[in-house]
Write a protein that binds this ligand. Structure first.
Ligand SMILES: Cc1cc2nc3c(=O)[nH]c(=O)nc-3n(C[C@H](O)[C@H](O)[C@H](O)COP(=O)(O)OP(=O)(O)OC[C@H]3O[C@@H](n4cnc5c(N)ncnc54)[C@H](O)[C@@H]3O)c2cc1C
Length: 386
């Protein structure tokens, strides 16, 4: 057996690649990081806020990123979900016996802090991005974290089964005349889904991260609006779905540029093979309505690192690229990912159909679910530990 220069070569520049490089390095693995951005700097203009669950936060704590990120994050204590009728579902940290349901973090700050920590990580060597025709990096395992458009995944001939929703996820930062009180709010109405995530920036205690899923043509229209028109369109959408919303949420003002991402449901047909493995959006993509995409990606990181590290202790003859070992990782991750994708997709489809009986039924279903504490507890535990 020849000794390779690196145990793992990581290809990708996002939060999943960065988290994996740090986690492997802190477990003593020799890492080559093939990233696209100079020196691993994150793009500063990502205005998204991410909802992170407790498993992601625990990983960031172990990577020693959390103390710095926590000061740029907002805890969610309550979650209010409204349907397009009388349907209403409420979750509270107090009822679920947890200190918070999620943390809302700044997407750009997360990537930047991971990049800064990587500068001091032992065993991590930055190498040029992988490109067609360039010599392969001398590593046992290639970990592909290149996001949904991964070229390396395509070059391996792995099919990425994708269904476009025909919707875009519009994101922006807002401030309000009313405090958010740590409440995340979401409204389902055909054809859009609107979420306000409580945040402390730009105005502490009364800002929100907006995620507004709209049919592509309407998303393009709202993105072209002047700030005052955008605010009016948002107010109108809220009033239509929930006439009481403005009184609770307050008057919303746009405090950033508006950006959008095309939304799809996708899953790689294989997650691993001899000497390669997929993580994050390179393996799966889902609608952001449940705020789970990155949580699933960070759970992939956690699982891969523990699978490799466990095997190094118990089966030292296996290298990091051992196919059987990588299948173990894939088996551990495929099922929870499919389950989460199924729930999110099912919810969307339920609210996409505007026929009167279905509308009535889904709102009644929501109201009923709201009364069943064990089911709510189960739902929260799934979301906290994707
Ligand atoms: C509007 C919106 C809101 C969201 N909200 C949430 C949320 O609240 N919570 C949550 O958990 N998730 C959320 N998500 C999902 C989350 O954004 C993604 O799941 C997450 O960014 C995936 O991270 P990644 O590192 O796998 O991929 P990416 O973020 O796509 O990063 C991959 C990076 O690798 C780079 N790359 C590609 N090829 C190469 C190469 N050959 N070499 C080097 N680099 C390469 C790409 O350019 C890219 O920068 C949201 C998504 C959207 C669209």
């Amino acid at each position: 057996m020849t000794i390779k220069k690196f145990d793992v070569c990581i290809s990708g520049s996002g939060a999943v690649a960065r988290g994996l490089a740090l986690a492997l390095s802190s477990n003593g693995w020799r890492v080559a990081w093939a990233c696209a951005e100079q020196g691993g700097q994150a793009k500063a203009e990502d205005i998204r806020t991410y909802a992170l669950n407790s498993r992601s936060v625990a990983l960031l704590e172990r990577l020693r990123i959390w103390p710095a990120l926590q000061s740029a994050s907002t805890p969610v204590h309550n979650m209010q979900i409204r349907g397009d009728g009388s349907g209403h579902l409420a979750f509270s940290a107090w009822q679920q016996c947890v200190s918070e349901l999620a943390w809302i973090v700044d997407a750009a700050a997360l990537e930047r802090l991971l990049g800064e920590a990587l500068k001091f990580a032992p065993h991590v060597t930055v190498v040029p991005p992988l490109a067609e025709g360039s010599p392969p990096v001398d590593a046992d395992l290639l970990a592909i974290c290149e996001g949904k458009h991964s070229a390396t995944r395509a070059a391996l001939g792995v099919d990425f089964k994708k269904a476009d929703y025909g919707h875009w996820g519009v994101a922006a930062r807002l401030s309000s005349t009313q405090p958010h009180q740590g409440v995340a709010r979401q409204w389902f109405r055909s054809p859009d889904v609107l979420a306000l995530l409580p945040f402390h920036d730009p105005v502490p205690g009364s800002s929100y991260g907006l995620v507004w899923s709209l049919p592509q043509a309407r998303a393009q229209e709202v993105m072209a609006l002047a700030p005052a028109e955008f605010e009016a369109a948002l107010r109108q959408a809220l009033d239509e779905v929930d006439p009481g919303a403005s009184a609770v949420v307050g008057t919303l003002s746009l405090r950033s540029h508006v950006a959008a991402w095309p939304l799809a449901l996708a899953q790689a047909e294989r997650w691993s093979g001899p000497g390669w493995v997929l993580l994050g959006d390179a393996a799966h993509q889902l609608h952001p309505l449940a705020g789970q995409g990155l949580n699933l990606g960070l759970a992939d990181v956690d699982t891969l690192v523990s699978t490799l590290t466990e095997s190094r202790r118990m089966e030292p003859w296996r290298t990091a690229g051992d196919e059987r070992l990588l299948r173990r990782y894939a088996r551990r991750r495929e099922l929870p990912t499919r389950a989460m994708a199924g729930v999110t997709d099912g919810l969307l489809r339920l609210f996409a159909d505007d026929r009167a009986p279905l509308r009535e039924l889904r709102n009644t279903g929501m109201a009923l679910l709201d009364q069943i504490s064990p089911v709510k507890r189960w739902l929260v535990s799934r979301a906290l530990d994707a």
